[in-house]
Design a protein around this ligand. Structure first.
Ligand code: COA
Length: 374
């Protein structure tokens, strides 16, 4: 029976970073302009005045201090508030594939894999650039990988669902070595004019090499001991963008065609769902939370992560027990728990257990029990 392992990870970080102060300044200029332009309607009570954002609120409510983005100028321009990402010809590599390929090359190098060693590509992320051909096939082609490739979209749990898909492919004998790539260009689905959520997301790409332990040649790989996947329908995180939008053109550009959420409800409903899932996963495997050296949690909100870790451990977690990367990266959708893993795993000792857990739109949630090898 094959024993799938994570043999290495790769991380692509975009060149531009936006601080909360920069983002808030742009947002508040937009608000001031809007309120000035609509002063008469606001006075007459027919238009509601917009309220300003604040850095203090963002940091307290979410723990986010900055985010990386593919384009800074377009987002910060109060007249535009949308990244400028020029369209490319069909002969050029798509931007979503480009960032995935960058992370994938780093993961392949770290795992000591050549394209011919890999026989499947799973591209798992929240937002695909197009309907078809699959983004995964473009990545496969650019890297010169044989075999097969496909896309998976499961909100912020996409990457961990993608890893479990790779595990199943390896256990079934369908593939021997799988590249899982998670390109998250989240600035494309952000509504930078929306006060409740303009600060939430950042861009990044991660990649992992998943293979049978028997073919792994690098030290310090992590055995994927077991997984739990859970989904439960909710409208509290939603994006109605899709190929049928043009059939109802009067609504084609409404704000619901971008990311929208009921943040407080998400917080309330997801915390128990995820903490119960982690505790019962560990119990099923014969472990207690005290047996776990590290939790690599989805990075949406530091207060949420603290509460989940507290419910699991029965006490406050330390930074090393539940590392936070969202202060620098913000919510990078499905890549968040992979970035936390990428940056915080070298110090674990052989035999140490860790748990990766992602959660988000759907609701979708997934936990992976990992064990460090020698
Ligand atoms: N600047 C200043 N004030 C703001 C603000 C902003 N940008 N946005 C909202 N506020 C105000 C609200 O108007 C509200 O004011 P009121 O108390 O006078 O009504 C107050 O701040 C609290 O707003 P609320 O939306 O309840 O904040 P919150 O503490 O719930 O934090 C989130 C908001 C989004 C950070 C938080 O709910 C969250 O992260 N939830 C989980 C989301 C999640 O995990 N999503 C998964 C996505 S993949």
């Amino acid at each position: 029976m094959a024993q799938p392992v994570i043999s290495a990870t790769g991380l692509y970080t975009p060149p531009h970073s936006i601080s909360n102060d920069e983002l808030v300044e742009s947002f508040n200029t937009f608000v001031a302009n809007f309120n000035k332009e609509h002063a008469a309607e606001i006075e007459a009570g027919t238009v509601e005045a917009l309220l300003p954002s604040s850095t203090a609120f963002i940091e307290k409510a979410s723990g986010i201090k900055s985010r990386y983005v593919m384009d800074k100028d377009g987002i910060l321009d109060p007249e535009r508030m949308c990244p400028c990402i020029p369209e490319r010809s069909n002969d050029e590599l798509s931007i979503l594939a480009e960032v995935a390929v960058d992370a994938a090359r780093k993961a392949m190098k770290a795992a000591d894999k050549k394209p011919e060693d890999i026989d499947a590509v799973v591209l798992a992320c929240s937002n695909l650039q197009r309907a078809y051909p699959a983004m995964a096939i473009e990545v496969q082609n650019e890297l010169g990988i044989g075999g097969f490739a496909f896309d998976m979209v499961v909100g912020c749990a996409s990457a961990v669902y993608g890893i479990q898909m790779a595990v199943d492919l390896i256990r079934n004998g369908t593939a021997k070595c799988v590249l899982v790539a998670n390109p998250e260009i989240t600035c494309g689905h952000m509504n930078y004019r929306e006060r409740d959520s303009h600060f939430i997301f950042g861009d990044v790409a991660t990649a992992l090499i998943i293979e049978d332990a028997a073919t792994c040649t690098v030290n310090g790989a992590f055995e994927i001991v077991s997984a739990r996947l859970k989904s439960q329908f909710s409208n509290n995180i939603r994006n109605n963008f899709g190929f049928l939008n043009r059939c109802a053109e009067e609504h084609a550009h409404d704000p619901d065609k971008l990311f929208v959420q009921e943040g407080r409800k998400v917080f309330r409903e997801v915390v128990p769902l995820v903490s119960d899932m982690i505790v019962s996963h560990l119990k099923d495997e014969g472990f207690t939370p005290g047996d776990i050296k590290r939790m690599w949690l989805h990075q949406a909100n530091c207060n949420m992560n603290d509460l989940i870790a507290k419910k699991v451990l029965g006490r406050e977690p330390t930074q090393l027990e539940s590392p936070v990367i969202l202060d620098e990266y913000a919510n990078t959708s499905s890549a968040g728990s992979i970035i936390a893993f990428h940056k915080y795993h070298d110090d674990l000792a052989p035999g140490d257990l860790g748990l990766m857990c992602a959660f988000g739109a759907g609701y979708s949630a997934a936990s992976l029990l990992l064990k460090k090898r020698a």
